[in-house]
Design a protein around this ligand. Sequence first.
Ligand SMILES: [Zn+2]
Ligand SMILES: [Zn+2]
Length: 172
Amino acid sequence: MEIILQPVGRIDSDILNILQTRIISIFGCPVGIDKSVPVPDEAFSTLRERYLSDVFLDKLKTLNKKGHKLLGVTEVELFTRGLNFVFGHADTSSGVAIISLHLLRQEYYGLPPDNDLFVERFVKEAIHELGHTFGMGHCSDSLCIMHFSNSLPDTDFKKPLFCSRCQPKLML
Ligand SMILES: [Zn+2]
Ligand SMILES: [Zn+2]
């Protein structure tokens, strides 16, 4: 099993390198970084002024020819049907997922920058969405990384780790 990080649009290489290191330590498998692909313009909704995450997942599926777990990373803001915004979205059956960095920086909310907090947030979103690609559902333990984040306080509260019930589901 291999996990591939797929930048969608330009992503700072420091972010990708941190993700690579942290994901290796959690999932214990090789993690590659692919060359960036463009943001799919057709995903943009002029009504919502955001991008439909499902289009990103479709695009990632076409790129995932070798059957790896493919995690897209983008800076643009995402939504999906029934949810006004999403931090990330996964397709369990095809092993692809996307995370958006858009809502994770303190500056977005008019607060002073906090890079350590930003790092923890995108690492958590990445582990959570990858957990889905390994077939995991949401967990009721609010400290578990597979707990659903309705808002950033939920994300900040949980730990970047699987709980003892979820961990055994990580069958590599
Ligand atoms: Zn989830
Ligand atoms: Zn759990």
